[in-house]
Design a protein around this ligand. Structure first.
Ligand code: NAI
Ligand code: MG
Length: 354
């Protein structure tokens, strides 16, 4: 089992180090190889996703990824910015299916900004299409407008697009995932305004015919944003496109107490996967040893389950996380009165010990 370890920038290096320590205590036959990615790779090799890193990722069974990005790279040309590394990995490896389980652990009910009764027992699965939509659509760029409200003015544009096979394959993923849960899919779109998402809705409705045992509900994205904070437990599988999924999953992370608690898996058609926390490189707290490593540790558990066929080892990690929370360990982002505030390393120590 070969794992490519790509810590990246900012808190990426701190949190991935803890996940690697947790993987090491499992005593399984892993081969882990580390490579630079993002700003770290730009500094060393002049490119955020060097061929050596991409080739390592391609040759591995799974990729454990931290985060990339820093404000100091904001002035670089877009192809050289750290964020292009994660977009490039998703594209080159065809990682179209993104899973983000938003679970509110009993111990963290008080850490959320929402009323306890709204989130206690919350367990939703967000499935986000990851290689299409306006994040990848061409053409894009800047130009002088020839029409619109201000002809002759400078303007910028991106393209939102989805093809039928792109929607079909992710819809199958969503319905199959729902079959293993409470059998309800909420497909989130903006069909009332966008043709791309009317097409999304039509294709999802067609694919659903093969899954009569699964309930399908359609919801507009603006309403979904509201329902997520009003009655989040009404969702089971929340299924959507790339941009809406990006935004709604950050919103959902706050239902779990902190973005530092939300893991993710991004899979391709071969079952190869990239596993990363849902958050970014958090430059505001990088280097301070206070980042919450649990989203990354839980991502490593998803890696064991989805790509490395080690479900028991995944269970061991998840129950270790539950037990450290039950024992009262909290990084600052999830700290509340009466619990013990710890740093990144101490949280990793506690999970390793558990
Ligand atoms: P962010 O997710 O890095 O941070 C948002 C807020 O959450 C910050 O206040 C941060 O301190 C906090 N936070 C994030 N992870 C945390 C953790 N594990 N423990 C405790 N607190 C945590 O998003 P932001 O600030 O918008 O972006 C920072 C950089 O990260 C940018 O360069 C952005 O492009 C990049 N980014 C990279 C991603 C990736 O590598 N997949 C995803 C999202 C953003
Ligand atoms: Mg995001």
């Amino acid at each position: 089992m070969k794992i490519a370890v790509l810590p990246g920038d900012g808190i990426g290096t701190e949190i991935v180090a803890e996940a690697v320590r947790v993987l090491n205590v499992l005593d399984l036959p892993f081969e882990m190889e580390e490579a630079k990615v993002g700003g770290a790779a730009y500094e060393a090799h002049g490119h955020p996703l060097p061929d050596s890193t991409l080739n390592l990722a391609k040759a591995s069974d799974a990729i454990l990824f931290g985060a990339v990005g820093d404000w100091k790279y904001d002035t670089l040309d877009r192809p050289l910015r750290p964020e292009q590394a994660i977009l490039g990995l998703r594209k080159h490896l065809g990682l179209f299916a993104n899973f983000r389980p938003a679970i509110c652990y009993e111990e963290l009910v008080g850490a959320s900004s929402l009323k306890p009764e709204l989130i206690a027992g919350l367990d939703i699965l967000i499935i986000r299409e990851l290689t299409g939509d306006i994040y990848f659509g061409q053409p894009r760029g800047r130009r002088i407008a020839t029409d619109g409200h201000f002809p002759g003015a400078e303007e910028a544009f991106d393209t939102m697009r989805y093809s039928r096979p792109e929607i079909e394959r992710i819809a199958h993923v969503a319905f199959q995932a729902a079959r293993k849960r409470s059998k309800k899919v909420t497909s989130v779109d903006k069909a009332n305004v966008l043709e791309t998402f009317q097409f999304w809705k039509d294709v999802v409705t067609e694919v659903h015919k093969a899954y009569p045992d699964v309930e399908l509900e359609h919801m507009y994205v603006d309403n979904a944003a509201m329902q997520l904070v009003k009655a989040p437990k009404k969702f089971d599988v929340l299924f959507t496109g790339n941009m809406f999924g990006d935004i709604l999953s950050d919103e959902a992370s706050m239902l779990t107490g902190s973005i530092g608690m939300l893991p993710s898996a991004s899979l391709n058609a071969k079952g190869q996967g990239l596993y990363e926390p849902s958050h970014g490189s958090a430059p505001d707290i990088a280097g301070k040893g206070v980042a919450n490593p649990l989203a990354t540790i839980l991502s490593a558990a998803m890696m064991l389950r989805f790509s490395l066929q080690q479900p028991e080892a995944a269970d061991r990690i998840e129950s270790a996380v539950k037990s450290v929370l039950a024992a009262g360990y909290r990084t600052p982002d999830i700290w509340s009165e009466g619990t013990q505030k710890v740093g990144t390393r101490e949280m990793g120590d506690a999970v390793v010990a558990a």
